[in-house]
Design a binder for this molecule. Structure first.
Ligand code: AMP
Ligand code: ZN
Length: 469
């Protein structure tokens, strides 16, 4: 069993060999929490969800960190527009992000660090870069000096010299080179700030991911990922600052980037306004149909969203659930006697092909096509009254491979919440109304002991079962 993976660093397919056999360390760039996640986010996090599920399936011990960017200019801007406190806005959309990821059945990361909880580490990181001569202060801002490292362009193939000559990026006052990027930004009056050796300010975007990944995963990662828009400058900058900080230790072994989800051929994005939120999608479609839609395209390729494709995905999902029902019924009835053992060979052949597809750069598109071969073959076995044991093997294989795509989670989501938990939640609501925070926290812990999480929203409280793995 060899996993091959396309590494953006080097732009070729390589054998996947984690740095340590004990654990695969994965860092996925997380959301900037100022709005509802859209289908583009859904595509990227779902694609990695399937990759991670597969790595776990074949026996890797995976540790995943997804950060929460809760300090950002976009958050401040939106908060001003809403006349809301930026931190409250970010907290709200952080919860919404978790909720939407849950709704898509995405497995939780091991930890979701927030930028606002990582300020001391970020300040330490920046101070070290200044000490080493890789960064400089300028009027309360701190910039990374790209001319001090040789690594520029490792990931994106951009050449500093070429970029300089053709640079259209204006040299902002105080920057030594056009591509120097802010590690720390002076906060304007009225904006959120943290105290630092360079005055009141806040961290730049790129530094947070280096600081958070190192804090939770150490100075070298196996996989660092996000969609392809992050290759330049975000990930390029992360490499430069991280390797400058650690003294040229390769920061990341495999850079994995997803292609965009597009709509009418254009990248879905908040700034273009052409987005459909995950919530809007789920009003109409089953989350597992969206999974099939995402899996039907290789993660590196663009995928164009349309209702037509979603309708197709719904039909495909129905085919899967149908065959499962038919198999269960046939297995339960006693009228089957034909042996038809050739089906067993067919199952193991399809299974092998499925694994080959997944092993070669997680080709879910091909694996899904093979999965439907399995469904087709199962239908034939039912029509031909194949032996019980054969039908059972079909059912087991459909379940086993389907779970790699993250299917068959419906039962989990429909699980009824016990009365006892509901009562505690109501009591907690009451305590919150009375502003009895101590009691409310105690009740939250009790609820947690019973296996449920409460999530507060300004207008309601949700109860979610804690997933046990
Ligand atoms: P953001 O909240 O915009 O920082 O994005 C969070 C993650 O979603 C990043 O990895 C982005 O690259 C990714 N992303 C944003 N838009 C899209 C899109 N249209 N298709 C795929 N991934 C996207
Ligand atoms: Zn990042």
């Amino acid at each position: 069993m060899n996993i091959m993976v396309y590494n953006t660093l080097g732009r070729k397919v390589e054998e996947f060999k984690p740095i340590s056999e004990e654990e695969v360390k994965i860092y996925v760039c997380g959301p900037t929490v100022y709005d509802y996640p859209h289908l583009g986010h859904g595509r990227t996090y779902l694609a990695f969800d399937i990759i991670i599920r597969y790595l776990k399936y074949i026996g890797f011990n995976v540790k995943t960190i997804i950060n929460i960017t809760n300090i950002d200019d976009k958050i401040i801007k939106r908060a001003k527009k809403n006349n809301e406190d930026p931190q409250e806005l970010a907290d709200r959309f952080e919860q919404i992000y978790y909720e939407d990821m849950d709704a898509l059945g995405i497995e939780k990361a091991d930890f979701y660090p927030r930028v606002s909880d990582t300020i001391p580490e970020i300040i330490e990181f920046i101070s070290t870069l200044i000490k080493k001569g890789n960064a400089y202060e300028s009027n309360g801002d701190v910039y990374f000096d790209v001319s001090t490292v040789e690594e520029f362009g490792q990931l994106s193939g951009q050449k500093l010299e070429e970029m300089r000559s053709g640079a259209r990026v204006a040299i902002r006052e105080g920057k030594r080179n056009p591509y120097d990027f802010a590690l720390w930004k002076n906060s304007e009056e009225g904006d959120p700030y943290w105290d630092s050796p360079w005055g009141r300010g806040r961290p730049g975007w790129h530094i947070e991911c280096s600081a958070m990944s190192m804090k939770y995963l150490g100075s070298q990662l196996d996989v660092h990922s996000g969609a392809r828009d992050l290759i330049f400058p975000h990930h390029e900058n992360e490499i430069m600052q991280s390797e400058a900080y650690t003294g040229k230790k390769p920061f990341v072994k495999y850079w994995i980037h997803t292609g965009f989800l597009t709509i009418d051929g254009e990248k879905m994005s908040k700034s273009l306004g052409n987005f459909i939120t995950i919530r809007q999608l789920l009003e109409k479609f089953d989350p597992e149909a969206f999974r099939l839609f995402v899996a039907s395209t290789h993660y590196r390729n663009p995928i164009d969203y349309s209702e037509e494709s979603m309708n197709q995905a719904e039909q495909n999902l129905e085919r899967i659930y149908n065959v499962k029902r038919l198999l269960e019924n046939a297995i339960a009835s006693n009228q089957l006697n034909g042996a038809k053992s050739e089906f067993l060979e067919e199952i193991s052949k399809i299974k092998q092909e499925f694994f080959n597809s997944m092993d070669y750069d997680f080709n879910t598109a091909q694996a899904l096509a093979q999965y439907f071969e399995l469904i087709k073959s199962a239908n034939q076995a039912i029509t031909q009254n194949a032996d019980k044991q054969i039908l059972q093997t079909f059912l087991d294989t459909i379940n086993e491979l389907g779970r790699i795509f993250g299917l068959f989670q419906n039962e989990r989501r429909e699980k009824e919440i016990p009365e006892e938990v509901k009562k505690l939640v109501a009591a907690r609501e009451e305590a919150r109304k009375q502003k009895d925070w101590k009691k409310s926290d105690e009740l939250r812990d009790k609820i947690k002991e019973l296996g449920y999480l409460v999530r507060d929203y300004p207008d309601r409280t949700d109860i979610l079962p804690i997933e046990k793995e």
